[in-house]
Design a protein around this ligand. Structure first.
Ligand code: HEC
Ligand code: HEC
Ligand code: HEC
Ligand code: HEC
Ligand code: HEC
Length: 419
C-alpha cells in the first residue's frame, strides 16, 4: 500500500522500478532463438547485471568507480562545497554521480544510481561524448548494451550493439579531464595520454585498465580470454607499479662528498605519473649509511602537481582544487616514457659512507586527515646500493680502455667480413 501511495504521483516510474526489481527474464540462450531480444527501455541497477556477469560485477564492485559518490573521501568535500557554493557542487556530480543527469531527481533509481557511482548501465548506455565544453558531456540512452563486440546472435539476453567509442580513450576522457573556470587543468589524464606515444600506437586506456581476466576455466576450454576486469586497480598494485616506474641508483663516494644518482623511468604508465587529482604524489627517499649502519644523511624528492589560489598559497582541499585553483605552482611529474635523473649530494665531513638505500613511495594523502580509512603510503620499490669509489681519473682511464678494445674488435670484424 505504501509503495503504491508513494508511486502514484509519478506513475511513469513504475516501468523503471520494475526493471530494477525484475531484471531481464532470460530468453532461450540455445542459439536457435530468432526472436528479437527483449529491450527494456529503462536504466537498470548494477545488481541486475550481477547474475549473468558475476566476475565483472565483482571486480566493478571493488573499484573506485562503484564508490565514487558514496566514499567519505568524496562526500566530505562535496558536502562542504554544497553548503558554501551549491551551484558549484553540481559539477562534482557530473562525474561522481552521472546517473543524476540521466534520471529525474525523484526517480527511485536515481538514489540507487547515486549509491552505485559510475555504474554499469551508465557506461554501457553511452552513445557519444564531448571532450570539452559544458556539462553534461555524455549522451546516453538506455536499453541497448553498447560494448566491444556487438550482437552475438542466439546469446542475446538484452540487445547489444558494437560501439567503437567503448574501445577508445574518448569514452573515459569526458570524466578524466577537467579544466576549471580559471583555465587550470585540474585533471589532465586524457590529454596527457593523447599527447603521448601510446596514442600513436593505438594503446587506449582500456588496454591497461580493463585487462582480460585469465580464468582457469577459459584457459582449459582453449578460449583464452575471460571477461574484462573492471576493478581499474592498476594504480593500487605494488608489483605493477614497480614495473611501471623502474628505478636504478648509483652511489659514488669521494673524499668529502657522497653523490647519489637515481634514475626513474615512467616505463608503462600511459600518462603522467601520478595523474588525475593533484593530491597523489610519488616520494623518493634516499638514506645514506656508514659501514656500521649509522645514518649519515637523508634526502627527499617529491613528484607532484600543486595548484594554488592565485596568491601563491597551495590548495589541498579537493573542492577548492576543482573550483578555486587559479595557478599551477609545481608540476614535476614524470611524463609518459620520460626518464628522469635525480642527483643528490651528501657532504660527508670526515664520515665514511658505505651504502645508500633509496625508496620510492606512492602516496595518496587523506584529503581529510581525521579519516584514517585508507592506506596512505604504498611502498613501490627500494634498492640498496654499495658505495663506489668516485675517482674520476680512474673511471676515465677504464672507459678509454674499453673503448679501444671495442674499436679493435670492430676492425677485426670488418676485415674478416671483407675477405
Ligand atoms: C567506466 C565505464 C564502465 C563501467 C562502469 C562498466 N563497464 Fe563494462 N566495459 C567498459 C568498457 C570500456 C568495455 C570494453 C573494453 C574493451 O573491450 O577494451 C567494457 C566491457 C564490458 C563487457 C564485455 C566483456 C567482453 O568480454 O567483451 C561486459 C559484459 C561488461 N563490460 C559489463 C559490465 C557490467 C556488468 C558492469 C557493472 C558491474 C560494467 N560493465 C561496468 C566500461 C565500463
Ligand atoms: C540474463 C542474463 C544477462 C543479464 C541480466 C545481463 N546481461 Fe549482459 N550479456 C549477457 C550475455 C549472454 C551476453 C553476450 C555474451 C557475453 O558477451 O558475455 C551479454 C553481453 C553484454 C555486453 C557486451 C556487449 C558488446 O557488444 O560487447 C555488455 C556491455 C553487457 N552485456 C552489459 C550488461 C549490463 C550493463 C547489464 C545490467 C544492466 C547486463 N549486461 C545484464 C547476459 C546478460
Ligand atoms: C562518469 C565519469 C567517469 C567515466 C566515464 C570514467 N571514469 Fe574513471 N573515475 C571516475 C571518478 C569520479 C573516479 C574517482 C572515484 C573516487 O576515487 O572517488 C574514477 C576513478 C578511476 C580510476 C581509479 C583511480 C585511482 O585513483 O585508483 C581509474 C583507473 C579510472 N577511473 C579509469 C577509467 C577508465 C579507463 C575509463 C574508461 C573506460 C573511465 N575511468 C571512465 C569517473 C569516470
Ligand atoms: C600503457 C598503460 C596505461 C594507459 C594507456 C593508461 N593508463 Fe592509467 N595508469 C596506468 C598505470 C600503470 C597506473 C598506475 C601509476 C599511476 O597512478 O601513476 C595508472 C594510473 C591511473 C589513474 C590513477 C591516477 C593517480 O595517479 O591517482 C587513473 C585515474 C588512470 N590511470 C586513468 C587512465 C585513463 C583515463 C587513461 C586513458 C586516457 C589511462 N589511464 C591510460 C597505466 C595506463
Ligand atoms: C570532470 C569530472 C570530475 C569533476 C567535475 C569532479 N571530479 Fe572529482 N574526480 C574525478 C576523477 C576522474 C577522479 C579520480 C582521479 C584520480 O584518481 O586521480 C576524481 C577524484 C576525486 C577525489 C579523490 C577521491 C579519492 O578516492 O581519492 C575527490 C575527493 C574528488 N574527486 C572530489 C570532487 C569534488 C568535491 C568535486 C566538485 C567540486 C569534483 N570532484 C569534481 C572526476 C571529477
Amino acid at each position: 500500500m505504501t509503495i503504491v501511495k508513494r508511486l502514484s504521483p509519478a506513475s511513469f516510474l513504475l516501468p523503471i522500478l520494475l526493471a530494477v526489481c525484475c531484471p531481464v527474464s532470460s530468453t532461450a540462450a540455445d542459439g536457435k532463438d530468432s526472436r528479437p531480444p527483449p529491450e527494456p527501455r529503462a536504466y537498470r541497477s548494477a545488481t541486475a547485471c550481477a547474475s549473468c556477469h558475476p566476475e565483472i560485477y565483482k571486480s566493478w564492485k571493488s573499484s573506485r568507480h562503484a564508490t565514487s559518490f558514496t566514499d567519505p573521501v568524496f562526500q566530505l568535500p562535496y558536502d562542504r562545497i554544497r553548503r558554501s557554493h551549491p551551484r558549484k557542487a553540481v559539477i562534482c556530480e557530473q562525474c561522481h554521480n552521472p546517473g543524476r543527469f540521466l534520471l529525474p531527481p525523484n526517480a527511485p533509481l536515481a538514489a540507487i544510481f547515486a549509491q552505485e557511482g559510475v555504474t554499469c548501465d551508465f557506461c554501457h548506455s553511452i552513445e557519444s561524448v564531448r571532450l570539452e565544453g559544458p556539462f553534461p558531456r555524455y549522451h546516453a540512452s538506455p536499453g541497448v548494451m553498447r560494448g566491444p563486440r556487438g550482437g552475438e546472435p542466439g546469446k542475446r539476453v538484452h540487445a547489444t550493439t558494437f560501439s567503437g567509442l567503448h574501445v577508445t580513450s574518448e569514452l573515459c576522457g569526458g570524466c578524466h579531464e577537467f579544466r576549471n573556470e580559471f583555465g587550470i587543468l585540474v585533471l589532465g589524464t586524457y590529454s596527457e595520454w593523447a599527447g603521448s606515444f601510446y596514442r600513436g600506437e593505438g594503446i587506449h586506456c582500456q588496454f591497461c585498465h580493463l585487462p582480460q581476466i585469465f580464468d582457469a576455466k577459459f584457459m582449459a576450454s582453449k578460449q583464452k580470454k575471460g571477461p574484462l576486469d573492471h576493478a581499474m586497480s592498476e594504480g593500487r598494485k605494488r608489483e605493477r607499479l614497480a614495473k611501471a616506474i623502474p628505478m636504478r641508483a648509483v652511489l659514488r663516494v669521494s673524499e668529502n662528498e657522497a653523490k647519489l644518482t637515481v634514475t626513474l623511468k615512467n616505463e608503462t604508465v600511459g600518462h603522467k605519473t601520478p595523474s588525475g587529482i593533484p593530491t597523489s604524489r610519488l616520494r623518493l627517499v634516499s638514506t645514506l649509511y656508514d659501514a656500521e649502519g649509522k645514518v649519515l644523511g637523508r634526502k627527499e624528492e617529491v613528484f607532484e602537481q600543486v595548484v594554488g589560489d592565485g596568491a601563491g598559497k597551495p590548495l589541498e582541499k579537493p573542492e577548492l582544487i576543482f573550483t578555486a585553483a587559479r595557478e599551477v605552482l609545481k608540476d614535476n611529474r614524470l611524463g609518459p616514457k620520460e626518464t628522469r635523473r635525480i642527483e643528490q649530494a651528501f657532504p660527508l665531513g670526515g664520515a665514511k659512507a658505505a651504502k645508500a638505500e633509496v625508496a620510492l613511495l606512492y602516496e595518496e594523502p587523506l584529503t581529510d586527515i581525521s579519516l584514517r580509512m585508507r592506506e596512505i603510503d604504498l611502498p613501490v620499490s627500494s634498492v640498496v646500493v654499495p658505495a663506489k669509489a668516485g675517482n674520476s681519473a680512474l673511471r676515465a682511464a677504464l672507459i678509454a680502455i674499453v673503448a679501444i678494445l671495442l674499436l679493435l674488435a670492430a676492425v677485426v670484424y670488418v676485415r674478416r667480413k671483407g675477405r
